[in-house]
Design a protein around this ligand. Structure first.
Ligand code: NAD
Length: 321
């Protein structure tokens, strides 16, 4: 098995590749992995092993059609993580989101088609569904993304589906809830709040902290992606939920407790523009059809994550300047 993994210098992709190279995924203990990553502000070469006999690292852009044409042939499958991923940045400047997330995905699919790579897993997000007041989204729910980030991911999902329907590429799509865990950029809520608290600063909580998200440990998300790669069906979408639905206020309280400080460390700030109130996935399909089950309890995963940031200031402090 020879895999090409895009965006694997970032948070989730690097977890996937580290786990793959450590032999944690059934059937892929000897897999060769090519990582293609542009190393934007969000990607770090040192999130991956420096020298590993089964890893080839290529610094490059998923929008570079020439590079893709050279690189793709000889691979058995692509797992596509590369994306501009931060909602707030998409509100400030959306162009890079459309370029990387939509055009980059299309170029990659096209290169797979011409390079003889038939299997493609497109890693997407629950944010493509919009916001839901009650109940949960199944995979059949219409897409109604609200932020430029979510809209660009929805566009990439539709392009991915079209390469299955039109060209017969073996494409599966995953849509996961919010991830947490080590190596996540400090622009995202949990690492942002943890690193503020570890630095003795109050955390900036949007609005009243009433927004509801489901949280999943990155290790569980990566296991789900690997199940989809090996057992998922062509043209199918798989929701991957966390099952841990919480308001941002509840998450913040847990982080305050883990960091040993009180509510005086919350600073309420004006809400994000167009902030989705609630996300909730019905992920019974991946449970029933692929035998998926998350393994990391939220309480343990969150405590370990806080400990990781406490123990690794050398990883995140350079990002604060
Ligand atoms: P991240 O921002 O940590 O990493 C993104 C990676 O992509 C970085 O290494 C970056 O250098 C690379 N990249 C960006 N533009 C590129 C380009 N043009 N060419 C090549 N590489 C490029 O993101 P993440 O949190 O690890 O998310 C990975 C994927 O999972 C994304 O597609 C995201 O939409 C999806 N997702 C994330 C979450 C979450 O909670 N973080 C939840 C569901 C789905």
């Amino acid at each position: 098995m020879k895999l090409l993994v895009t965006g694997a210098a970032g948070f989730i992709g690097s977890h996937y590749v580290r786990s793959m190279l450590a032999g944690e995924y059934a059937g892929c203990a000897e897999a060769d992995v090519t990582v293609l990553d542009k190393l934007t502000y969000a990607g770090r070469r040192d999130n991956l092993p420096a020298d590993h006999p089964r890893l080839t690292f290529v610094q490059g852009d998923v929008c570079d059609v020439e590079l893709l044409r050279e690189l793709l042939p000889g691979h058995d499958a692509v797992v596509h993580f590369a994306a501009e991923s931060h909602v707030d940045r998409s509100i400030d400047a959306g162009a890079a989101f459309v370029t990387t997330n939509v055009l980059g995905t299309q170029g990659l699919l096209e290169a797979c088609l011409h390079g003889g790579v038939s299997r493609f897993v497109h890693v997407s997000t629950d944010e493509v569904y919009g916001s839901i007041a009650s109940g949960s989204w199944t995979e059949e729910w219409p897409l109604a993304p609200n932020s430029p980030y979510a809209a660009s991911k929805a566009g990439s999902d539709l392009i991915a589906r079209s390469y299955w329907r039109t060209h017969g590429l073996d494409v599966s799509i995953t849509r996961c809830s919010n991830n947490y865990g080590p190596y996540q950029h400090i622009e995202k809520l949990i690492p942002r709040f943890v690193t503020y608290l570890l630095s003795g600063e109050p955390v900036p909580l949007y609005g009243q902290g009433a927004n509801v998200r489901e949280w999943l440990h990155v290790a569980d998300h990566c296991r789900a992606i690997h199940l989809v790669l090996t057992k998922g069906q062509a043209g199918e979408v798989y929701n991957v939920g966390g099952g841990n639905e919480m308001t941002n206020h509840q998450i913040t309280e847990q982080l305050l407790e883990l960091c040993g400080v009180g509510r005086e460390m919350i600073r309420y700030v004006p809400d994000r523009k167009g902030h989705d109130l609630r996300y909730s996935l019905d992920d019974s399909k991946i449970h029933e059809e692929l035998g998926y089950a998350p393994a990391v309890s939220f309480a343990e995963g969150l405590a370990e994550t806080v400990a990781w940031y406490r123990d690794n200031p050398g990883w995140w402090k350079p990002l604060t300047t």
